[in-house]
Write a protein that binds this ligand. Structure first.
Ligand code: SF4
Length: 175
């Protein structure tokens, strides 16, 4: 089973610049949504019961591997997160965090975050396409001379990884 979407909402579309973080299995808030169903001033249960439920939700979030990106998503998508616990925060706590972001980054803080993300993505892509250093190029050339062209595999099995490692070591030895 794979979970790729945000928690179900029917209020508005999420900001496409900030996709909900992916995780292979549904987060606890999907499996047990009632725990996270919290609104400020909720009077449907006594205060103690609400606090207990909130504490459970917070603990679940603190164990969630996508908590950091979930918080970002919740802060950016205010119309979708007016109620409920997201990333261990209540609606009023998110309001405070949004204000802090606006103080720090300006009133267009969402656009600023989106631009920062874009810059990071471009830098990562550029790093992936950085040409090899002279030494790396020499090793690759020698590897080709010693071992011939390396076949391209879409999915590399552990055996293929081992073979590739051996080939590279052979190239290094030859260098
Ligand atoms: S951090 Fe909490 S609210 Fe966010 S996905 Fe995980 S369990 Fe759900």
């Amino acid at each position: 089973m794979s979970y790729t979407g945000a928690r179900p909402t029917d209020v508005a579309d999420p900001d496409p610049r900030f996709p909900f973080p992916h995780r292979p299995t549904p987060p606890r808030c999907q499996a047990e949504p009632i725990l996270f169903d919290f609104a400020n001033g909720d009077r449907s249960e006594d205060r103690q019961a609400t606090e207990k439920r909130l504490e459970k939700a917070r603990r679940a979030c603190s164990d969630c591997p996508i908590v950091r990106d979930c918080l970002r998503w919740a802060l950016v998508n205010k119309p979708l997160t007016k109620t409920g616990v997201f990333a261990a925060t209540t609606p009023s706590q998110r309001t405070i965090l949004r204000k802090r972001l606006a103080d720090r980054l300006g009133p267009d803080w969402i656009d600023v975050l989106a631009r920062q993300d874009q810059t990071r993505r471009e830098q990562a892509a550029a790093a992936r396409h950085t040409p090899p250093t002279v030494d790396q190029a020499r090793i690759l050339r020698l590897d080709r001379e010693v071992n011939g062209p390396m076949p391209l595999h879409r999915l590399v099995t552990p055996e293929q990884q081992e073979r590739n490692r051996t080939r590279l070591l052979a190239g290094l030895t030859a260098a």
